[in-house]
Write a protein that binds this ligand. Structure first.
Ligand SMILES: Nc1nc2c(c(=O)[nH]1)N[C@H]1C(S)=C(S)[C@@H](COP(=O)(O)O)O[C@H]1N2
Ligand SMILES: [Mo]
Length: 324
């Protein structure tokens, strides 16, 4: 087996390949039966944290076919950056939580669906994964802290999960919650945070085509630090809406209060739609730092997804529409 050990000064392959080249090359390797070999060798000799998901019981499901309707618009962020520069307060309030997050236990993992639904149910994650048609989508991700990345998520449309849940006419919001376990997540011992991490969407947002349940990243199971085994991607909203390691979906009549809203509602609102014209009270949102290049680029309205989502907000008043 030929293994190329990367020198620290060599740039990552994803950095030199355009998005379509990255897919093409991976598909060729897959056809040749080399995809697994490549993954295994990079697990041993590449970034071991990024590939710790190699032991994930869902590994056989990946890579999945890319849906070409979703394009990043700029080159992908290298995998080793996207999997080592994270926000996951359960494991620490800084960016270097990828090692600590390996304490997360991925099985058994169940997902409870309750509230205003025809029948409450608890699903095993592997049953859920086998039910859902998985695909890959390249999405931009814009954190409220004004950094951004472009990554290939694998997963399924959130509207498919909503259909499976069969909400009743009373359901106006979908509330999502992260696991809670102080023994695994040291951050959860910090009592001043309103654990468990909670986020919510309106039913209209949750059933928009763009709303995506993420189960994989870079053609592999989702790394723990990125929110395994199930996290949300709503790329027109700031990153804090994109809740990780979900265990519960509750359909409610009332708008929920999310984790960050509870902590500081003046800075982190419910809508949290990316908006370059509305400053965060402490910094501008007009530009963002691209994690790949480290340079600042202009921020786009709804993170560039206005065509897909702007209609959702026509009914809101001006203040609400513009609020973050
Ligand atoms: N449970 C949970 N989900 C979370 C967070 C968190 O701290 N806990 N951080 C959010 C924030 S602020 C961002 S920017 C993204 C970061 O996702 P990434 O680490 O995969 O880039 O996760 C979001 N989801
Ligand atoms: Mo964020």
């Amino acid at each position: 087996m030929l293994i190329k050990i990367r020198k620290s000064w060599e740039i990552s392959e994803n950095e030199t390949l355009s998005e379509s080249q990255y897919v093409g090359r991976r598909d060729i390797l897959k056809t040749m039966g080399l995809g697994g070999l490549m993954a295994a060798s990079s697990g041993l000799f590449g970034n071991s944290i990024a590939n710790a998901a190699g032991a994930d019981p869902s590994a056989h499901l990946y890579p999945v076919k890319r849906n070409e309707a979703y394009v990043g618009g700029r080159p992908l962020t290298p995998e080793d950056i996207a999997t080592t520069y994270n926000n996951f307060y359960e494991f620490g309030s800084h960016k270097s939580i990828s090692k600590a997050a390996q304490a997360l236990k991925l099985r058994p993992w169940t997902v409870t669906i309750d509230g205003h639904v025809e029948k409450e149910q608890t699903l095993d994650i592997d049953d859920l994964l086998s039910k859902m048609p998985l695909e890959e989508r390249v999405y931009r991700h814009r954190c409220v802290e004004a950094w951004s990345m472009v990554v290939p998520w694998s997963g399924f449309a959130l509207k498919d999960l909503v259909a499976l849940a069969a909400p009743t006419s009373k359901a106006k919001y979908l509330v999502m919650q992260t696991f809670q376990d102080k023994d695994v997540a040291p951050g959860q011992r910090q009592f001043w945070y309103p654990w468990p991490y909670t986020e919510g969407l309106t039913i209209e947002e949750a059933t928009n085509d763009l709303a995506f349940m993420v189960t994989g990243l870079y053609g592999k199971p989702l790394p723990k630090q990125n929110g395994a085994p199930l996290r949300l991607a709503v790329p027109w909203k700031y990153g804090f809406k994109q809740i990780k390691s979900i265990v519960r979906f509750t359909f409610t009549e009332e708008r929920p209060k999310s984790f960050w809203q509870e902590l500081n509602g003046n800075e982190y609102g419910f809508w949290a739609n990316v908006n370059p014209e509305v400053r965060h009270p402490r910094w501008t949102q007009a530009t963002e730092r691209d994690l790949r290049t480290g340079t600042r680029i202009p921020t786009q309205f709804y993170n560039g997804y206005a065509e897909e989502v702007a209609d959702l907000y026509k009914v809101l008043g001006k203040t609400e529409r513009l609020f973050m």
